[in-house]
Design a protein around this ligand. Structure first.
Ligand code: PMP
Length: 306
């Protein structure tokens, strides 16, 4: 699907513009150097209508990423949140993927440009499943990437556009070899994350996820940890090695786009029984119940569109 051909409206710098006319100049600074910040957010259909999941947390992270790279967003968090709701309702969407991004314009070129304006956009469209829909049950085949993830660097820990060059190269390497996703290690050999997902493993009924030294502070990761607490599932946050993944009983990735997806093998070696394990299934179904408004708990995570 060519995204530029969708019919609809996009929020851009406080205005609503026609989807197919939503262009920027070729000399847009962020297009050249990748210095911009963005989020990936989802809205779900709930019994009370379309609801954006953990919108405040996503917008907080957007502003935090911007602060990390000294970008001043010329809108308030409330205005950006309202823009999310606007694009959902204007485009008559129920379930949607939402992409806010703040970027530098074409007011200057070169790394020293000091007259750049910060522009913001929010677009929403239907993007039901990031991976093959069967992956939710069958799981995915993951390659241990030959690319390493940078450690303890505030910029690499933020959701900055340019960081994703690295993720895409790692993902493409995995896809070219017939895998579905890449798992990156950091330079010290600790498990970091997928190209766009955090990782969890299960060993002896304990859920384990790496600390945030070499991964994004994923909002789905936070959600899973909170749900584990509610479900009385024991969990640990600690550094793990690839051997721990190979020897795990279960493993899964989490992310707003990927949601909760089981990992059935790493480098063609089956993890556990090579299919979705019981704890993964429990957390996955609780996650979907939560985002679709089927749970009483955590009402604060839902932002109703109307
Ligand atoms: N790691 C990376 C590199 C990502 O791009 C994402 C997706 N934003 C995640 C982890 C998962 O984050 P979240 O659950 O907030 O979508």
């Amino acid at each position: 699907m060519d995204l530029s051909k969708i019919k609809g409206s996009i929020w851009f710098d406080g205005e609503i513009i026609d989807w197919q006319e939503a262009n920027v100049h070729l000399l847009t600074h962020t297009l050249h150097y990748g210095l911009g910040v963005f989020e990936g957010v989802r809205a779900y259909n709930t019994p009370r209508g379309s609801s954006i999941f953990r919108l405040d947390d996503h917008t907080d992270r957007l502003f935090k990423s911007a602060k990390t790279v000294s970008m001043k967003i010329p809108f308030s968090q409330i205005e950006i949140n309202d823009a999310h709701k606007t694009v959902i309702s204007l485009n008559n969407l129920n379930e949607a993927y939402i992409r806010p991004m703040c970027f530098y314009g074409s007011e200057g070129m070169g790394l020293r440009a000091d007259n750049l304006q910060v522009h913001c956009m929010v677009a929403a469209w239907e993007w039901p499943s990031y991976m093959e829909p069967e992956a939710r049950e069958k799981g995915i085949r993951v390659k241990l990437s030959s690319y390493t993830r940078q450690v303890r660097n505030p910029v690499s820990s933020a959701k900055v556009n340019g960081n994703y060059v690295h993720s895409i190269v790692a993902l493409n390497e995995a896809l070219a070899e017939g895998f579905d996703e890449a798992l990156m290690l950091d330079a010290e050999g600790n498990v970091a994350e997928g190209s766009g997902e955090n990782i969890f493993i299960v060993k002896d009924n304990t859920l384990i996820t790496p600390d945030l030294d070499a991964s994004l502070d994923g909002i789905t990761r936070r959600t899973i940890l909170d749900l584990a607490k509610e479900l009385n599932i024991k969990y640990e946050i600690k550094k793990i090695k690839s051997e721990d993944v190979f020897n795990a009983d279960e493993a899964f990735f989490t992310g707003t786009a990927a949601e909760v997806v089981p990992i059935n093998s790493l480098d063609n070696i089956l993890i556990g029984k090579g299919r979705r394990g019981p704890l993964t299934e429990q957390l996955q179904s609780t996650y979907f119940d939560q985002v679709r408004g089927a749970r009483e708990a955590n009402q604060g995570w839902h932002t109703l569109v109307e």
